[in-house]
Design a protein around this ligand. Sequence first.
Ligand SMILES: [Zn+2]
Length: 424
Amino acid sequence: MEYQVIARKYRPQLFSEVVGQEAIVTTLKNAIRMNRTAHAYLFSGCRGTGKTTLARLLAKGLNCFNVGSEQEPCNQCSSCKEIASGRSVDVIEIDGASHRGIEDIRQINETIGFIPATARFKIYLIDEVHMLTKEAFNALLKTLEEPPPHVKFFFATTEPHKIPLTILSRCQHFTLRRLKDEEIQNKLGAILVDLKIAYEEEALAIIARRAEGSLRDAQSLLDQAIAYETSLLTVRTISEILSLSPQTLFFALDEAGGQGEIFRALEIAALVFSSGKNLAHFLEELTLHFRTHLLVKCGGKVAVYQDEYAKKGHYYREEQLVHLLEYVGEAIATLKETPSERTYLEIVLLHILQSHKHLSLESLVHRLLELEKRVKEVPEEKPKLSPQVQAPTNTQVKEQRHESSYDTLMYFAAKELNGSLKKG
Ligand SMILES: [Zn+2]
C-alpha cells in the first residue's frame, strides 16, 4: 500500500473531526442546515490550522447528496468521493500563488456561467488568495459583486491583511485560531494509538510546543519521528530529530523564563538529560550564554545569533545576569558532588527560571523612594484627643507620625530586601 503522510491520512473527513475551531464549525453547519450560505467565504489563520480542510468540508457539505443528521457529509456519494480525491469538476481548487494573474481570474469568470455538472454548487477554492495581483483582484471583484446563485467562492489565506477591503467586505470571514498545545498533543496521541505505536507523553508535548499551534507542522514532525524510530516514540528520539542544540535549548530557557513558564525547566532538563550530554559541560555552555546576554545588553556584538540575543535579552536585567553567572558557576562545582545529577540540573534550571520573578534592587529602591515621598505628603490634621490630655503640638504629631511611618516603611523594605537576597 502506498504510504500516506499523516497530515493527509488523518485529514478530517467530518466536521466532528476538526480540532479546535468549534465556533466556526458550528456556524458552517448551521449555514448548511438553514440553507443560508454566503457567496464567498474567507478562511484565514496561521499555516496548518485547517483552512483548506474546512473549505473542503464546507464544499462537501454543500454538494453531498446524502447529508447526515449533523450536516456531516456522507463521504460515500459520488460528490463526496470526487471532492476527497480532488477530481470533482464542480469543486475547483486553484493555487493563488501560481495562478495569480488577471488571465487566471478571467478563465474563472468565463466558466462561472455554466451550471454545475452534477452537484448543486460550482465552488472555486482559491488557496493563498492574497498572492493575486491587483488586476486579478479587480477582475475577481466584478464577479463577487454579482455571482450567479449556483457559484460559491472559498478563499484561504495566511495573510488576510493583503486582501483588498473591497474583496474582504464581500466575504464571510473566519479567522482560525492557533491550536493549543494540548489539542495538538491529544490529536497526535490518537493518531499514534491508531497506528499502534507506543509513545512517551512528554515526547508529544515537545512536538506540540515546537509546532506552535500548527497541527500540520506537528504531524510532519511525527512523520519524521516515526520514520526514525518505528516502535516507540521517546523524548530522546524527538530531541535527536529536532536536533536540539544547546543553543536552541538556551533560547528556549530564556523564553520560558520571560513567559513565566516555570514548568518548562523540567522539560528542558529532561531533554538535556536524555540527549546524553555531559551536564557539567552543558552548564559551562550555559554560563557562556548568560555572559553573551550581558555582553549584548551592554552594547556588544556577537558573531552569531545577534538578533536572537537582542530579542531574548529583554527578558533579563543586568544584575540578574550577573547573579546567574555566579550562580551557574557555583552550580558546576556542586554538580560533581551531587548524588542525582538529573535532579540537580532540574533544580538549577528551576532556580534560573525563578530568577525572572525577583524584584530588582533598582525597583525596590524606586518603590522605597516613592513610599518616602508619600509619607512626607501626609496632610496635617488636628489630633482627636480628650481635652484633659494636653494636646501635643502639630510639629510633634507630625514627627511622631513620620517616625512610625518610617519604621513601618523600613520594616517592609528590609523584609522585601531580605527575601529578595535570600531568593537571589
Ligand atoms: Zn456525500
